[in-house]
Design a protein around this ligand. Structure first.
Ligand SMILES: Nc1ncnc2c1ncn2[C@@H]1O[C@H](COP(=O)(O)OP(=O)(O)OP(=O)(O)O)[C@@H](O)[C@H]1O
Length: 242
């Protein structure tokens, strides 16, 4: 199986404060990896390193077999952050327009939006079951529906890897289940590789193919079925079930 993200023995410190120590991780094509751990355990830092936004003090990181420092094929990678922090709800755009924005890196700002692009947008919207809302304003949708639209915005450029940072925050319980089912379906049916940071252990354990528990070091890497929380210290529990 092709290696999508390979992190080899990295250390990372913010100034003099260690955030990650001897972290190694391998994400293979078709994995659905759940990245869990206590608050401050280094999950976001690890993703920033994987995206080349930070550089490790030690060790190597490869995306699609190439060092992240020289990686250029960013079309293959997409990132979905917490909806609330990434989007101004008052923004006056329809579902179609928001998803079209996902094509901007591919076609550039000033090139023509063709029938082919339009069809790609419609297909991505259909993949997340939002076709009935194509011309509705994004601000009129529920949190769960908005997050589906952001997934469609990622899908439209046909990435091979999507990294999600706590995408279920702010989505009500009933819709979270449907959101996981959507990710599960995309992973299984299209072979899309997913890496998802979350504090929702119960939810991710049902859908991920692999869990990594990170608390400065990788304390668990394996199947969700065999995962048990490290020493049930209240600090850890609070962090992960917050
Ligand atoms: N820009 C920064 N400057 C200094 N320290 C930072 C910075 N960003 C994060 N840290 C520290 O690095 C450690 C890891 O933080 P990180 O945000 O990666 O953890 P996390 O697992 O994503 O946490 P959470 O679950 O709360 O989002 C924490 O101790 C945090 O305070």
């Amino acid at each position: 199986m092709e290696s999508i993200l390979h992190i080899n023995n990295i250390n990372f410190s913010y100034e003099n404060k260690a955030a990650l120590r001897d972290v190694s991780l391998d994400v293979k094509s078709g994995d659905f990896l759940g990245l869990i751990g206590p608050n401050g355990g280094g999950k976001t830092t690890l993703i920033k390193l994987a995206l080349g936004l930070l550089q490790p003090n030690k060790g190597t990181i490869e995306l699609f077999g190439e060092s992240v420092s020289s990686f250029k094929d960013w079309n293959k990678v997409s990132f979905v952050s917490q909806k609330a922090t990434s989007f101004n709800k008052a923004f006056p755009a329809t579902v179609f327009e928001v998803v079209s924005m996902g094509l901007t890196p591919k076609i550039g700002y000033f090139k023509r939006f063709t029938a082919k692009h339009r069809a790609a947008v419609k297909q991505a919207v259909a993949q997340v079951d939002m076709s009935d809302y194509l011309h509705q304003n994004i601000s009129s949708l529920s949190g769960g529906q908005q997050q589906r639209v952001f997934i469609a915005r990622s899908l439209v450029s046909q990435p091979e890897l999507i990294i999600l940072d706590e995408p279920t925050v702010g989505i009500d319980h009933a819709n979270v289940k449907g959101f996981y089912e959507l990710l599960h379906r995309l992973n299984k049916e299209t072979g899309l590789t997913l890496v998802m940071i979350t504090h929702d252990l119960a939810g991710i354990a049902q859908h991920a193919s692999k869990l990594v528990y990170l608390d400065q070091q990788v304390q668990y890497e394996g199947s969700p079925e065999h995962f048990t929380l490290p020493e049930t210290d209240f600090h850890v529990l609070r962090g992960i079930r917050a």
